[in-house]
Design a protein around this ligand. Structure first.
Ligand SMILES: Cc1ncc(COP(=O)(O)O)c(C=O)c1O
Length: 403
């Protein structure tokens, strides 16, 4: 009988150090913990890193997607094309505005939309497309842009894709589209919760900031630092929301951004070790097609356990791994299989999404894991699926120091 791990290994876990703790302490001691100077510094540093003109932080990627559609002019009656294989936030953003999400298919190798799978769903009512850089694998948005009518906006759901790059090598977030990031607990940069929109347009950036804070024309920090702002300019310009980010979060985000290179390198090593140990040419296990090295942020490590091929199917494998304290997961049950979204699937269906839906399995990956964790997980998978383990010429490294 295999021995379960003594501690649970989640599919994703943040990596924090004393530097994040010191940064939060500094902000607490400053007396200003809401949206303020730390938030502005984080936005500037993030924009610089991404090569974006502007970054505006908000309370979540869900909020970022909603506000992006809003400033792109999406309104009731419009159609928004989104993949079915995504988290509900992507499509919910359209529903919040009274628009209709139109679910599209993916390429079974990349698990991402293709230009053709999007175009297949574009109609005269299409106002926007949200592409999802699923798992951290960048979609070719330049190719999509050159094939889409001009009236159709592209929004990028980059919740998984901090640090990923497009086929031309530039970072996801540096394109001309509104690109939405998540800083949720398990994301590549985590601040517990939070999100940001990277974009090239100053006016849209200011509108997103205002809409995220009641539709006000100034922030509390503006009014605190400049009393004339209080007398002169504090106006409620339009109906806004309460979706702002805080300096406590930004303090963590600034440190996480500085550590991103080192954390991404750990993710890359972990992913490579999975591929070596579950060598697709020997096991037949299909890994998400990662394309060239820099283009994948390695947020999710997704494999496909093909039906009728192994001693166990995907669901049995997931349950067995869980009983060993390995936090395997599923990203995602496709939206068209959910009660809320079943009505948004087109008549010609989503054959590739249906094909992979019962096969995809997310294995643990994070910057707080080490290679010993991968050795354990892959050994258990080989055992459970009755695969010949790949143990030969690989050095068993020392654990990666995540600090
Ligand atoms: C693809 C995708 N889009 C959007 C989101 C929403 O992110 P948040 O939790 O920051 O709202 C998630 C969250 O995991 C996600 O996976």
């Amino acid at each position: 009988m295999p021995i379960p791990r003594s501690s649970y290994l989640p599919f994703g876990r943040p990596s924090f150090t004393d530097d994040e703790i010191r940064a939060v302490t500094r902000v607490i001691e400053s007396g200003w913990v809401g949206t303020g100077p730390e938030t502005l510094k984080f936005e500037t540093e993030l924009a610089e890193y991404l090569g974006a003109r502007r970054c505006v932080t908000v309370s979540s990627c869900t909020a970022a997607l909603f506000l992006s559609l809003l400033v792109e002019g999406v309104t009731a009656g419009d159609e928004v094309v989104v993949p079915s294989l995504t988290w509900c936030s992507t499509a919910n953003a359209a529903l919040y505005l009274g628009a209709t999400p139109v679910l599209c298919d993916i390429d079974p190798a990349t698990l991402c939309t293709t230009t053709d799978s999007v175009l297949d769903r574009v109609t005269a009512r299409t106002r926007a497309v949200i592409v999802v850089h699923y798992g951290g694998r960048a979609v070719d948005v330049a190719e999509l842009r050159s094939n889409l009518p001009e009236r159709v906006a592209i929004i990028e759901d980059a919740a998984h894709a901090m640090g990923a790059s497009y086929p031309d090598g530039s970072l996801v977030g540096s394109s001309s589209n509104l690109t939405c990031f998540s800083f949720y607990a398990n994301k590549n940069i985590s601040t517990g919760e939070g999100g940001a929109v990277a974009l090239p347009d100053n006016d849209k950036a200011e509108r997103i900031r205002s809409l995220g804070l009641h539709g006000l024309s100034s922030t509390a920090w503006d009014r605190y630092t400049d009393p004339t702002a209080l007398l002169r300019t504090t106006e409620i310009v339009e109906l806004g929301y309460k979706m702002n980010y805080t300096d406590l979060q930004a303090a963590i985000g600034r440190v996480q951004l500085r550590r991103l290179g080192e954390m991404s390198a750990i993710r890359e090593r972990i992913a490579n070790r999975y591929i070596e140990r579950l060598d697709p040419s020997r096991t037949g296990i299909i890994f998400q097609d990662g394309c060239s090295e820099r283009s994948h942020a390695r947020h999710l490590l997704v494999i496909r356990v093909q039906k009728n091929k192994y001693a166990m199917n995907r669901d049995e494998l997931l349950l067995s791994l869980r009983s060993l304290n390995i936090g395997a997961a599923i990203h995602y049950k496709p939206l068209h299989q959910e009660p809320l979204y079943s009505q948004y699937s087109a008549a010609n269906g989503l054959p590739n999404t249906d094909l992979v839906a019962d096969e995809i399995l997310t294995l643990p990956i994070s910057a707080s894991m080490d290679l010993e964790d991968v050795e354990y997980v892959t050994a258990q998978i080989c055992d459970l699926l009755r695969l010949e383990p790949v143990v030969d010429d690989l050095e068993v490294d020392q654990p990666v120091d995540p600090s």
